[in-house]
Design a protein around this ligand. Structure first.
Ligand code: URA
Ligand code: SF4
Length: 190
């Protein structure tokens, strides 16, 4: 078994925070773990919990559409979440739950070693970029983390609630397309 598969198997039986009690499935992540591009969401919703896969509901359809806009399919990238189990009633994951779960994402990052990271929404941005991250002001800006460039854009669920933010999100994806051209050797936007 590869290190990745071992990590995944261990994660699937994790009980490190109380969210294990109400989950149906651990949502480890989906896509190509060798990809140069990693997306990080917040945590599973009801559909994701049901299927064990991130971004499979309406938010996921929107995300797929935005990826398609820049010529990408989800099997070319990797998609993970800050917490791997669904918070009840889709509430924000608590800081203690995020802390408990962080080790899984840290290991995913070590094994994927992405060139580019895109945080989807406030929770991921605060965790991965800066505690005081303000999405309205800082979305689309790139930050250096060692060899990796990281940015945050609006969460697809926020775009569904407030379509007036979509043009800004499209700009962020356009910026992502340019960065892929600059930084990625294996990943190509069609
Ligand atoms: N929202 C997220 O942040 N992650 C998912 O996997 C689904 C919806
Ligand atoms: Fe473990 Fe993370 Fe699930 Fe909590 S949310 S039980 S830390 S996998």
């Amino acid at each position: 078994m590869s290190e990745w598969e071992i990590l995944r198997n261990n994660c699937l039986s994790c009980r490190a925070c109380p969210l294990w009690q109400t989950r149906k499935n651990v949502v480890f992540g989906v896509g190509d773990p060798q990809s140069e591009l990693l997306f990080i969401g917040e945590g599973p919703g009801a559909n994701e919990d049901e299927l064990g896969e991130p971004f499979v509901g309406r938010s996921g359809q929107l995300l797929d559409g935005m990826l398609e806009m820049i010529g990408l399919q989800r099997n070319q990238i990797y998609i993970a979440n800050i917490v791997k189990c669904r918070p009840p009633q889709n509430r924000d994951p608590l800081p203690a739950e995020q802390d408990a779960c962080a080790g899984w994402l840290d290991r995913q990052l070590e094994l994927i070693r992405p060139k580019l990271i895109v945080c989807l929404g406030r929770i991921a941005a605060k965790r991965m970029i800066d505690k005081g991250f303000a999405i309205t002001r800082q979305h689309g800006q790139w930050y250096e983390r060692g060899e990796t460039l990281i940015m945050a854009t609006f969460h697809p669920a926020a775009l569904l609630r407030d379509p007036s933010r979509r043009p800004d999100a499209f700009d962020d994806f356009e910026s992502l397309r340019l960065r892929i051209g600059e930084r990625c050797e294996r990943l190509h936007c069609e």
